[in-house]
Design a protein around this ligand. Structure first.
Ligand code: MIC
Ligand code: SF4
Length: 649
């Protein structure tokens, strides 16, 4: 058996482990973050339980820490008091980025983890089966419900050799993205194996597992070995180690090989993480491209080793005077280590700006690039507009590449960089950061009160699916629409995550400023809103607001060529029907403003049906399980669970 199947088998409560068939697995741990967490905790509260039923649930505040006005700090207070009331650990703003903190403090080999953030698979670097999901799925896991998903195919990624020269862990995952594309991992778990694994530290493995999310993968998982023990020991958690490896001759559904020694620095070009070229090529083809900004950090590349390497390259030198350079450490512990070993001074002396330990620029919380600017980021997503500057060109690269760009103000050929700095081991003495968490009181102690500000708006109840629906196409979009297109982030909009009526004003605002008006007009005429889309609709974030806010505006159906995993589940959770075309060319025949007539009595799991358009009938298909269809008929998962249905989604 391979590692993924071993962990699933140990947590399986329903179904059989044959690829594609529905399984339910018990979740040991959950994580939420502030931007998705307010909704997740409101949903948990609506389930009526007095305490979380997991081994561990952590509520992190890391996405929006700007506190511009009362909304955002009120959200933090709500989350702190919810954690206290329901028995979760609370990680306050400033402590660090959820995935880095979880790796340092809580992730354990062999455990299952579900998080309301798409980069939750970061903990796969520790040998966890860690999955990203919408907030409602996480709320149900906190209530002790199993998580249901189609059994993924397990891909063995066989690593040979070791990284050398300027190649870093980021280049491993960029290489895979270039090879497989942002759809290449859908329905799959990537399990890393082979002699090259032992050359990678846990934070390096986490970088690779983290960006498996960009492949569309369900999870990525590494073995737990001596290197895992080393990392846990340095975190003072060696007693939490256990060995985890695949059996000899374990079977896999698919296989890939990578020679680590052959990798060189890579970069993903605007505006997709899979538009990968080598830095050497890019520097030759665009030698004059001025790099206006370098941003280092994010859950992908904000470990001590990453930032120390960045600081070592900058040491004694000056960042290019027309390049803005900012660094956000992954945790207070990372920042503490950099302060103790002098690397922080190297950063400050070089002219780099040191930001708070949080997601920061990655989700457009400040540090946006200049108009039309080029920004080189060690992050994981370069979707159009995500940086906060609509026409910025964002490139994704490793900390080593970012450092060279910061110094030169442009991409240069790695052969000109000289010898790569030696890898730095973990310092012997690591600052204790666990005391910054607020741990919950024992069960039975008096329950703290939950405090809500005026921006925390009660959940809306959605109506069940009617048998007949007259729909109106209110938007037609192309391929690769991300959740950042549907529900943009940034400081102003993210502050409204706990207020669905207010945040819904921004749905598709960066794509089509008239969308909200059209959707509301259709809703007010008693029509169900329909969105037409191309391939991989909803890729990217787990934010359920990209489903919840459209549902608030009356969207009832999304008809696409294909869907991204988490977003598809979020649509179903809020009663929006995801349909695909039987003949993909029919997409061309339908237009914004068109009327579509649905007869949902004909809908059955995995079936086809016809929808009547103006002068034709379009055949559509669903890939819903019977439980998912029940959820949609009930008007969403919360309705279904509240009326006694199970939590399958
Ligand atoms: C992201 O990277 O897009 C986010 C912000 O972390 C999201 C979650 C969110 O929108 O709150 C994610 O990846 O799930
Ligand atoms: Fe935060 Fe960016 Fe990671 Fe999302 S991808 S969790 S915004 S650091």
């Amino acid at each position: 058996m391979n590692i993924a199947r071993k962990i699933i088998r140990a947590h399986l409560v329903q179904g059989e482990m044959s690829p594609g068939s529905e399984i339910g697995i018990r979740m040991d741990q959950t994580l939420t973050q502030d931007a998705t967490g307010t909704m997740a905790w409101l949903q948990f509260e609506a389930l009526g339980l007095s305490r979380v039923k997991t081994e561990l649930s952590v509520s992190y505040v890391d996405h929006n820490t700007l506190q511009m006005g009362f909304r955002n700090p009120d959200d933090h207070r709500f989350l702190r008091t919810c954690a206290g009331a329901f028995g979760a650990v609370y990680s306050p703003p400033g402590a660090g980025i959820c995935h880095q903190l979880h790796l340092e403090n809580f992730a354990r080999p062999g455990k299952t983890l579900i998080g309301s953030d798409s980069h939750t698979p970061n903990a796969g670097g520790m040998g966890c089966l860690a999955i990203g999901a919408g907030g409602l799925s996480v709320a149900l896991a906190m209530a002790g419900e199993p998580y249901f998903l189609p059994m993924p195919r397990v891909v063995r990624v066989l690593l040979h050799g070791r990284l050398s020269g300027w190649a870093q862990a980021k280049d491993v995952i960029l290489h895979l993205l270039g090879l497989l594309s942002t759809k290449g991992g859908v329905g799959r778990i990537f399990e890393y194996a082979g002699p090259g694994v032992s050359s990678l530290s846990v934070p390096e493995r986490a970088t690779i597992a983290n960006m498996g999310a960009e492949l569309g993968a369900t999870a990525s998982v590494f073995p737990s070995d001596e290197r895992t023990l080393d990392f846990l020991r340095s975190m003072g958690r060696e007693d939490e180690w256990s060995e985890l490896s695949a059996d000899e001759n374990a079977a896999y559904d698919e296989e890939l090989e990578i020679d680590l020694s052959a990798l060189s620095p890579l970069v993903a070009c605007p505006h997709m993480p899979d538009k990968v070229v080598s830095v050497a090529e890019l520097s030759a083809s665009l030698p004059e491209l001025h790099v206006d900004q370098v941003a280092v950090g994010s859950c992908t590349n904000s470990s001590y080793a990453d930032l120390r390497l960045f600081a070592d390259i900058l040491k004694g030198r000056r960042v290019n005077s027309t390049t803005d350079c900012c660094v956000s450490p992954g945790s207070r512990q990372v920042l503490g280590m950099l302060a103790e070993d002098g690397a922080l001074m190297s950063l400050l002396d070089s002219g780099a700006r040191v930001l708070e330990c949080s997601c920061g620029p990655c989700i457009g919380m400040g540090s946006s690039p200049v108009s039309g600017g080029v920004s080189v980021r060690t992050f994981n997503r370069n979707f159009e507009g995500r940086s906060g500057t609509r026409d910025a060109q964002v490139y994704l690269a490793s900390p080593a590449v970012a450092a060279q760009c910061a110094l030169a103000g442009r991409f240069t050929d790695p052969v000109t960089w000289g010898e790569a700095p030696a890898r730095v081991p973990f310092p012997a003495c690591i600052p204790d950061s666990r005391r910054h968490f607020i741990f919950p009181q024992e069960e039975g102690d008096s329950r703290p009160e939950i405090v809500r500000g005026p921006n925390i708006v009660a959940l809306e109840r959605f109506s069940p699916l009617e048998d007949q629906l007259e729909g109106e196409v209110v938007l037609k979009v192309g391929d690769g629409i991300t959740t950042d297109h549907i529900m943009p982030a940034g400081a102003e909009i993210t502050a409204l995550r706990s207020n669905v009526p207010a945040i819904s004003r921004y749905v598709f605002s960066r794509v089509d400023a008239d969308f909200v008006r059209r959707a509301e007009e259709a809703r007010n005429k008693g029509k169900g809103g329909v969105i037409l889309a191309g391939e991989n609709y909803g890729q990217g974030s787990s934010r359920e607001h990209a489903a919840l806010a459209p549902r608030h505006l009356g969207i009832r159906v999304v008809l696409a060529r294909s869907f991204a995993r988490i977003h598809r589940a979020n649509l179903i959770n809020f009663g929006i029907l995801p349909l695909t075309f039987v003949a993909p060319a029919d997409y061309e025949m339908l237009h914004c403003g068109g009327i579509l007539r649905f007869s949902f009595a004909e809908l059955f799991p995995g079936g086809e049906m016809g929808i009547a358009a103006a002068d034709t009938v379009v055949r559509v298909r669903n890939d819903l399980s019977s439980a998912e269809l029940e959820t949609i008929r009930a008007g969403g998962l919360l309705n279904r669970v509240r009326t006694g249905g199970d939590s399958r989604h």
